[in-house]
Write a protein that binds this ligand. Structure first.
Ligand SMILES: NC(=O)c1ccc[n+]([C@@H]2O[C@H](COP(=O)([O-])OP(=O)(O)OC[C@H]3O[C@@H](n4cnc5c(N)ncnc54)[C@H](O)[C@@H]3O)[C@@H](O)[C@H]2O)c1
Ligand SMILES: O=C(O)C[C@H](O)C(=O)O
Length: 338
């Protein structure tokens, strides 16, 4: 039904969702595939030409999702795994994407999800350590600022942590920033890319508009509103869904986009650079050893962590507000595993 180019056009009117170089194809697992993000994410990954095989796992509903997605006429194989089959789902997997866990309701912060989601991601990471210890792990479950350190510490405990292969997915902030700046600058989002650094919650989300061609001329009240919208875009969706959850469709899009970037890097494509929340030296001297900044992806995962570059006075203030909160979130995650 869809040619590769048609799929690109359909999925991403303003930029290409999937880029594909050549040859090396990969088995990808989605843990939490039955959920609001998991289902559309599985569908989008079924359309990614770099995915050979899709392993869909959830404590409920994954075999049904797999049967459904599996009818899509792209080349990849799809298999669903029920609650008792986590290890089987991870067999031979090179990339694991984790959207398992509860979403926010109005009035909640992402940190309010910690008590439920911390143990979910810890247990999934322990299974990855057991069955697919060299897989790249892409964490969507919130609070990302804490769940990434939890996954890292769990893998470390099992003796298999590779800092090049654990990623917090902050792509939705990047997608929103491009979209919202496009609206303000009256330009296509493909012409308004924005680097977003820090973490993934409120004040820890720091958009670097001064480094964007169209963003650097935004100032005053318009600038303040734009930054607020990028930092609190998640709340907009939570409120609009009135208790029925948080962003799922835009997150599935962002998750598929980031997974494709990781796959292109693993494939040996050069110059794949995007922000992601990884173990990072950038603020390690302040006790903050996970941070999102532009990262070049390569055959081993993280190839190079780029410096944050020059910041405007406003951005320095945003970063000052980000760092203490991020540090607390990271320490909370680490303490949970310790
Ligand atoms: N990183 C981001 O930018 C971002 C964006 C949106 C949502 N999120 C987060 O993603 C998570 C999922 O959101 P959602 O809207 O898909 O929620 P959802 O409730 O619709 O789906 C979550 C799924 O996880 C499954 N699950 C629960 N425990 C599991 C386990 N132990 N193993 C496997 N599966 C398990 C559930 O059965 C459910 O199908 C939430 O924590 C949400 O806050 C992150
Ligand atoms: O807002 C949320 O809780 C979900 C997600 O982190 C988002 O940014 O949309």
């Amino acid at each position: 039904m869809f040619s590769r180019s048609a799929i690109r056009t359909l999925a991403a009117p303003s930029s290409r969702l999937f880029s594909s170089s050549s040859a090396r194809h990969t088995k990808v697992a989605v843990l939490g595939a039955g959920g609001g993000i998991g289902q559309p994410l599985s569908l989008l990954l079924k359309s990614d030409p770099l995915v050979t095989s899709l392993s869909l796992y959830d404590i409920r509903g994954a075999p049904g999702v797999a049967a459904d997605v599996g009818h899509v006429d792209t080349a990849s194989e799809v298999k669903g795994y029920a609650a008792d089959s986590l290890d089987a789902a991870l067999e031979g997997v090179e990339v694991v994407v984790i959207p398992a866990g509860v979403p926010r309701k109005p009035g909640m912060t992402r940190d309010d999800l910690f008590n439920t989601n911390a143990s979910i991601v810890r247990d999934l990471a322990a299974a990855v350590a057991r069955v697919a210890p060299t897989a790249a792990v892409l964490i969507i479950s919130n609070p990302v600022n804490s769940t990434v350190p939890i996954v890292a510490a769990t893998l470390e405990k099992a003796g298999v942590f590779d800092p090049k292969r654990v990623f917090g997915v902050t792509t939705l902030d990047v997608v929103r920033a491009a979209r919202f700046l496009g609206g303000v600058a009256n330009a296509k989002p493909s012409e308004t890319p924005v680097t977003v650094i820090g973490g993934h919650s409120g004040a820890t989300i720091v958009p670097l508009l001064s480094q964007s061609d169209k963003g650097k001329s935004v100032s005053g009240e318009v600038y303040e509103k734009l930054v607020h919208r990028i930092q609190f875009g998640g709340d907009e969706v939570v409120q609009a869904k009135e208790g029925a959850g948080s962003a799922t469709l835009s997150m599935a899009y962002a998750g598929a986009k980031f997974t494709n970037a990781v796959l292109r890097g693993l494939n040996g494509e050069k110059g794949v650079v995007t922000p992601t929340f990884v173990k990072s030296p950038l603020f390690a001297d302040q006790g903050i050893d996970f941070f999102s900044s532009n990262v070049e992806l390569g055959p081993n995962g993280v190839e190079k962590i780029h410096p944050i570059g020059e910041l405007s006075a406003e951005e320095k203030k945003l970063l000052d507000a980000c760092l203490p909160e991020l540090k607390k979130n990271i320490e909370k995650g680490k303490a949970f595993v310790a």
